[in-house]
Design a protein around this ligand. Structure first.
Ligand SMILES: Cc1cc2nc3c(=O)[nH]c(=O)nc-3n(C[C@H](O)[C@H](O)[C@H](O)COP(=O)(O)OP(=O)(O)OC[C@H]3O[C@@H](n4cnc5c(N)ncnc54)[C@H](O)[C@@H]3O)c2cc1C
Ligand SMILES: NC(=O)c1ccc[n+]([C@@H]2O[C@H](COP(=O)([O-])OP(=O)(O)OC[C@H]3O[C@@H](n4cnc5c(N)ncnc54)[C@H](OP(=O)(O)O)[C@@H]3O)[C@@H](O)[C@H]2O)c1
Length: 435
C-alpha cells in the first residue's frame, strides 16, 4: 500500500483542512503521512491570533484541528519556519507534495501622507498585539486620546472597532493578552469611528456581525439612517437585490433605528469617506477624508472633504502574503493556478486565494486542491522527510509539546475564569513545551 509523504506549511485553518482532506481520501490502497510545519511555537493560525477575544465560540473550531492532529500519520513541527529553518527546495525534494498554507500576514498600505506617523497602525499589527502573538508584544499602542478612527468597512474593521469601543470589563474573562487588557483598562478612547470609502451597499461587513452590534451592553452604535436609506434606494433602482445584501442593509437599518442607551462609549459607522491624509505633529492628530458619492452605480469623489480629530488610526483594508525565498507573490498571494504553484508544490487558504473568506471557506477550497494533488501523484519517494532537513539541536514543538503548552494555558485560564491565559514569550512557550 503506497504511503505518500505530504508537507503542509502553516498550521492555520487552511493547513488543518488540507490535512483533513488527505485523511478523508485514504483507503486501503492509498495512505498519507502528513508533516505540518509552523513557524510559531503554537498552531491554529488566525484562530489564535486573529479571531476577536470577545468571540470565543468561533475559536472552538480548534477542537476540530486537534482531532485532525490525532488522526493517522500526522506530525506537527512547530517552531520551524519555511525560508529560515528549511528551504522550499529541500522540502520539495523530500516530500511527494508540499502545500503552502502560510496565510496573508502583511497589512496593505493606504499610501497616503501621514500613514507612517506614530499611532497609525495596521490591523495586521493591532490585532496580533491584542491577541498575544509573540512577534507583536512590543507594538506601540497609545490609547490616550478620546477618538479612534478605523479605516475599512469589513469584518476586521468591525472587530478592531468593537475591541476599542467595549469596556475592559467585557474583555476581562476572555483570552485577550494580559498586557493589552491593562492598556484597555487605561484607555481614554470613548468614540470609535469606522470609515468606509464606498456606500453602505458596498460594505464588506456581514449581516450576523452587524446584527450583534446593537446588543453591545455599554456602547451605543450609530449609522446614519440617511446613508442606509439612500443605499437601499440605489440597490432597488438597480433591479433584483441579492438576499445577502438585503440582510446586510436590514441589519444596518436595525442599528440606525435601535434605541440608544445614552452611554459615554460610541461606535459610529460612516460611509463614502475615502482617506486622503493623516495629519499630526509627531503622532496622529487628524484624518482628512474626501467625501464620495454614488452616481449611476459608480463611486466618485466630490470636491468636499471632512476631517476627524483622532489620536489613533487603525487601517483594516486587507492583507498580502509575506514573500519568502522560492515563492513568487502576485497581487498579494502566492502565484498559482487552482492551487498548483509548480512541480509538486501547491497552496491553499488565504495564501492561495488572497485574504478573503471565513474559517469554513478554507475547508471546501482545501479539498479541491487535495483532489488535484492526488490526481497528480505518481510513485511515493523514498526519502527521510523533514528530519533530514533540520539542523541538529533545532528545538521542534511537536504535538506532545504543543499539548503541554495548551494544557498549561488552559489550566492558568481555569484559575482566572478565562478560556486560557496565553503565553506570549517565544522562549517561555518553548520551555513550556519542554516541561
Ligand atoms: C483579524 C481577523 C479576524 C477574523 N475573524 C474571523 C472570525 O471571527 N470568523 C471566521 O470564520 N473567520 C475569521 N477570520 C478569517 C479566518 O481567520 C481566515 O479565513 C483563516 O484564518 C485563513 O486561514 P489560513 O490557514 O489560510 O491562514 P492563517 O490562519 O493566517 O494561518 C497561516 C499559518 O501559517 C503560518 N506561517 C506563515 N508563514 C510561515 C512560514 N514561512 N513557515 C511556517 N509557517 C508559516 C502562520 O504562522 C499561521 O499559523 C478572521 C481573519 C482576521 C484577519
Ligand atoms: N466575524 C467574522 O466572521 C470575521 C471577522 C473578521 C474577518 N472575517 C473575514 O476575513 C476576511 C478579511 O476581512 P477584512 O475585513 O480584512 O477584508 P474585507 O472584507 O475585504 O474588507 C476590506 C475593506 O477595506 C476597504 N479598503 C480596501 N482598500 C482600501 C483603501 N485603500 N482605502 C479605504 N478602504 C479600503 C474595502 O473597501 P472596498 O470594498 O471599497 O475595496 C473593504 O471595505 C473577510 O472574508 C471577512 O469576512 C470574518
Amino acid at each position: 500500500m503506497p504511503t505518500f509523504k505530504i508537507a503542509i506549511v502553516g498550521a492555520g485553518p487552511a493547513g488543518y483542512f488540507t490535512a483533513q482532506a488527505f485523511q478523508n481520501a485514504q483507503d486501503e490502497d492509498l495512505t498519507f503521512a502528513i508533516d505540518m510545519i509552523e513557524r510559531l511555537p503554537t498552531p491554529w493560525g488566525l484562530v489564535r491570533s486573529g479571531v476577536a477575544p470577545d468571540h470565543p465560540k468561533i475559536k472552538t473550531v480548534s477542537k476540530v484541528f486537534e482531532k485532525i492532529a490525532k488522526e493517522g500519520k500526522f506530525r506537527l513541527f512547530a517552531n520551524v519556519e519555511l525560508g529560515k529553518d528549511i528551504s522550499l527546495k529541500d522540502l520539495r525534494e523530500q516530500y511527494d507534495a508540499v502545500v503552502l498554507s502560510t496565510g496573508s500576514s502583511v497589512g496593505r498600505k493606504l499610501n497616503i501622507p501621514g500613514e507612517d506617523l506614530p499611532n497609525s497602525l495596521s490591523a495586521a499589527e493591532f490585532v496580533p498585539w491584542y491577541n498575544a502573538h509573540p512577534d507583536y508584544v512590543n507594538t506601540e499602542v497609545d490609547l490616550s486620546s478620546d477618538t479612534a478612527v478605523v479605516i475599512g468597512a469589513g469584518n476586521v474593521a468591525m472587530d478592531v472597532a468593537r475591541m476599542l469601543a467595549i469596556t475592559p470589563g467585557e474583555l476581562e474573562l476572555t483570552d485577550v493578552a494580559g498586557y493589552a487588557l491593562e492598556k484597555f483598562k487605561e484607555s481614554k478612547i470613548r468614540k470609535v469611528i469606522i470609515c468606509g470609502r464606498r456606500g453602505a451597499e458596498h460594505a464588506a461587513f456581514t449581516a450576523p456581525e452587524l446584527r450583534d452590534l446593537p446588543k453591545l451592553e455599554h456602547t451605543d452604535v450609530y449609522i446614519d439612517t440617511e446613508q442606509v436609506a439612500q443605499a437601499s434606494e440605489r440597490v432597488k433602482a438597480m433591479g433584483e437585490v441579492e438576499k445577502d445584501l438585503t440582510h446586510k442593509l436590514d441589519a444596518m437599518q436595525l442599528i440606525a433605528d435601535h434605541e440608544k442607551k445614552g452611554v459615554e462609549r460610541s461606535l459610529d459607522i460612516k460611509f463614502l469617506a475615502a482617506p486622503l491624509e493623516i495629519k499630526g505633529n509627531g503622532k496622529v492628530e487628524e484624518v482628512v477624508f474626501a467625501v464620495n458619492e454614488v452616481k449611476d452605480g459608480k463611486v466618485i469623489a466630490t470636491d468636499k472633504t471632512i476631517s476627524i480629530k483622532a489620536g489613533l488610526v487603525v487601517t483594516a483594508i486587507g492583507y498580502d502574503s509575506l514573500e519568502y525565498p522560492g515563492v513568487k507573490i502576485e497581487n498579494g498571494r502566492i502565484l498559482n493556478i487552482a492551487g498548483h504553484v509548480e512541480h509538486n508544490v501547491y497552496t491553499t487558504g488565504w495564501a492561495k486565494r488572497g485574504p478573503t473568506g471565513v474559517i469554513g471557506t478554507n475547508k471546501s477550497d482545501s479539498k479541491d486542491v487535495v483532489d488535484l494533488i492526488i490526481e497528480n501523484l505518481k510513485e511515493p519517494k523514498a526519502s527521510e522527510g523533514i528530519t533530514a532537513l533540520l539542523k541538529s539541536g533545532h528545538e521542534v514543538i511537536d504535538q506532545v509539546a504543543w499539548e503541554k503548552i495548551n494544557a498549561s494555558e488552559v489550566i492558568s485560564g481555569e484559575i482566572a475564569g478565562k478560556p486560557r491565559v496565553k503565553e506570549v514569550d517565544w522562549k517561555r512557550l518553548i520551555s513550556l513545551g519542554r516541561s
